[in-house]
Every structure is written in C-alpha cells, then in structure tokens.
Ligand binder design. Structure first.
Ligand code: PEP
Ligand code: MN
Length: 274
C-alpha cells in the first residue's frame, strides 16, 4: 500500500469503499450497448434483438435525456427524451430480447413504479454526479447504480459520491468513466471530440477501491472511429466492462450522432473480445 493510500486509510477516508465485499457483474467484461436515447418502440426493440444476438450483456437507452438546449433540441414528442413512453418501450425491449435495461434517472422524483419496473441498472448521468439528494435516494434502493463521473470530478470526489450511495445501504455501485474536461489537441481536426479520455483513472481507482469500473468509449472520445481502439485500451488497462453507444443508422441519431457506432462496428468490437 503506498503512503498516500495508507494516509487516507489512517484517516478513515477509504474504509467504506475498501471494506465492501466486491460484487461482480455476472460476466466479465460486462458489455452495455444501445442508442444514446430511445427514439421509438420499434427502434429500441429491433436494436435490442440485434445486440442480444451479438452477445451484449445489457441494453442502454436514455428515456430522460438532459439536453444543453432543452427547447431547441426537442423534436416532436422527443423532449429531452421520450420520458415515460421511453421507459415503456424499454420494457418491451426487455420482454423481447431478455436483456437487462440500463437507463438514466435525473431526479429523485423520477423514482416511481414505472421507472423501477423498466430499469435494471440505474444510470446517474455526468450532470447529476453530485446531485446529493438523488444519490441519497439511490442508496436506499436494491438496484445496481451506474455512476457516471462528473467531467470535472477529482478522484476523491468520485470516491465520495460512491460512499454516499454505499452508506445508504445499496452496495451495488459501479463507476462509469466517460471523459473529462480538457481540450483534446486533435479537436481542430476532429471537432466532435469534446472530452478528454480518462483511461488512467482506471488503474488509479483500482488501487483505492474494489468497485467495478465500466468505461464509456463513446462520450469520452466523441467520435465513432475512436470507439473500437479505446474500447480495447480500456479493457487492457483494467476496466470491468464497457458502455458503448450504438445505433441502426448512426448519422441519424437524435442525440450524439457523431459517436454512435453501427451494428457492424459493434459486431466487430464484440468479436475482438474473444
Ligand atoms: C449518456 O450516457 O447518454 C449520457 C448523457 O452520458 P453523460 O451523462 O456521461 O454525458
Ligand atoms: Mn449519449
């Protein structure tokens, strides 16, 4: 144990995270994939069947989508996501494919019968990484929480947010790293690369805690061609799984069109895992 960790231990700061019994996803690496947002019932059911066929372990799809411009970015019924309808469509996708569902909740008021029925793994989005009232409520649930790192968050803030959920009683927390603030030096050539990949945080966290770590190569790169190599790198450096945005027609994605991979690319990522 290095001196820094020893010091944190002596101050009691790491006890909660280090002393938990490690829990595991049923399979390693655990692969989550699906569209950024649920766009229609047909689309989410169809892609769930394709992803199941490829050997993906869980289906992602945002029903509640925090948008930077909530009015300008809405299209028809899709207003920061399809919301309750999106959750209902996710239930259909689980019924058809058998895949567990990963989806985001943004607010404690969204914890209700429908969302608890629809979501197997609750995603906390980057923007709510330090929404303490949300984290406190999630700590009372018996569901896996996929906590996405705030784009600004230091390692202690990550551990603190994990501790907040664990201390409520819910021991099933996974950390999802998804890129951080910092100007990638290739951005002038690849303008959709908005965040800087945070791969080094994987071994750093592994030294301090035994919480499973999922890497998100989609938001962390922002560009679909970078997703396959960064997926490999994340697993090589110790990630327990990946969360990858995929879409039947990536350029047409309502949200995050530049980073979604096609089903063909998803198939080759899955093949590379074996
Ligand atoms: C997402 O997973 O689609 C998402 C909005 O991610 P983040 O919260 O990391 O930006
Ligand atoms: Mn997205």
């Amino acid at each position: 144990m290095n001196a820094f960790i020893k010091n944190l231990k002596e101050q009691g700061k790491l006890d909660l995270v280090l002393d938990q019994n490690r829990w595991n996803f049923e399979k390693a690496p655990f692969i989550i994939s699906g569209p950024c947002s649920v766009e229609s019932e047909e689309m989410i059911v169809d892609i769930s069947l394709s992803l199941k066929e490829l050997g993906v372990d869980a289906l992602r799809g945002g029903a509640y989508k925090p948008c930077t411009f909530p009015v300008k970015e809405s299209i028809g019924n899709w207003k920061e996501g399809l919301r309750e309808d999106g959750l209902k469509f996710l239930i259909s996708a689980r019924e058809e494919s058998g895949l567990p569902i990963v989806s985001e909740l943004m607010d404690p008021r969204q914890i209700n019968e429908l969302s608890m029925d629809a979501i197997d793994i609750i995603q906390v989005g980057t923007r709510n990484f330090q929404n303490y009232s949300l984290l406190d409520e999630l700590g009372k649930l018996d569901k896996i929480i996929l906590l996405k790192r705030g784009t600004w968050a230091t390692i202690d803030e990550i551990l603190g947010a994990v501790e907040r959920i664990l201390s409520g009683g819910n021991q099933k927390v996974a950390i999802c790293l998804r890129g951080v603030v910092g100007m990638p030096s290739y951005r002038h050539v690849f303008p959709s690369t908005r965040w800087a990949p945070d791969l080094m945080m994987i071994p750093a966290l592994k030294e301090l805690c035994n919480i499973p770590i999922i890497y998100d190569p989609s938001h962390s790169t922002g560009y679909r061609n970078f997703v396959p190599p960064v997926s490999k790198a994340a697993l090589a450096i110790g990630a327990d799984g990946l969360a990858i945005e995929s879409h039947p027609n990536p350029e047409k994605s309502i949200s995050d069109p530049d980073q979604a991979v096609s089903l063909d690319t998803m198939a080759s990522i899955m093949k590379d895992l074996n």
